[in-house]
Write a protein that binds this ligand. Structure first.
Ligand SMILES: [Zn+2]
Length: 237
């Protein structure tokens, strides 16, 4: 038996093992580094608010509370009143239903013929109806300003102005989950570049109160969904 043989084989095996380890390192180390780099450089995914990944919420919308008071009768926050035109309620509903439809949400308009004006300002008056129509949320709107544009779309002496609150309650619990305020007057076209950008965004025209109202409902809905997505991310739901 060759005495030299065994140590030689061991050495070969050892060399083979070393080669295998080297190959393993050469292959996995860059892979592992890439993985670490990926973890470090990938931004944390942010919740995206778009119609495609939203649950199909159903909103029950209460009758609009119109106020001439400087305090919102629903949430008691101070507001800046302006003239409220007669068709404000209808125009508001039109804008809100368009905004909800754009997100793919359902809307049921509630009506309480028997209730007093005082009771209609309270969410408790609407919640049983909102539950009956199996909605996810009750939306109680309050308009404190809805003034029409004076003049035409191309030459306005006084632009449209709208102001309203949208109070949103979870139908099941009755808890107020969100409240939003939109108060905007289409800015007069001055030398201000921001005004000009906004003006051009509206196709270089003076828009009417109903269009401004729809813009407002879309904006508030966007804010509401953002807050709900953030809350869901924080609570892990
Ligand atoms: Zn309010």
């Amino acid at each position: 038996m060759n005495n030299e043989y065994l140590p030689q084989r061991r050495k070969e095996r050892k060399d083979e093992n070393l080669n295998q380890r080297a190959r393993f390192r050469a292959f996995f180390f860059p892979l592992f580094s890439l993985f670490l780099l990926g973890l470090w450089s990938c931004p944390k995914p942010q919740p995206v608010v778009s119609a495609s990944n939203l649950p199909q919420y159903k909103f029950a919308v209460a009758e609009v509370v119109v106020t001439k008071s400087a305090i919102c009768p629903v949430c008691l926050r101070p507001v800046f009143n302006c003239e409220v035109k007669d068709s404000a309620r209808e125009e508001f509903f039109e804008g809100l239903s368009m905004a909800l439809a754009k997100k793919g949400f359902g809307m049921v308009k509630l009506s309480l013929a028997e209730a007093s004006a005082e009771d209609k300002k309270k969410p408790e008056s609407w919640l049983p109806l909102a539950r009956k129509v199996k909605s996810d949320y009750l939306l109680l709107p309050a308009i404190y300003c809805w003034s029409e544009r004076k003049g035409s779309a191309v030459a306005s002496s006084s632009p449209a102005e709208v102001g309203f609150h949208e109070h949103i309650y979870e139908t099941a619990s009755g808890k107020e989950v969100w409240g939003g305020n939109f108060n905007e007057k289409q800015a007069p076209l001055s030398a201000n570049l921001l005004d000009l950008q906004e003006f051009l965004k509206r196709h270089g025209q003076w828009i009417k109160a109903d269009d401004l109202g729809q813009e407002g409902s879309e904006k508030l809905l966007e804010e509401f969904l953002k807050v709900m997505a953030e809350n869901a991310a924080n609570t892990g739901h």
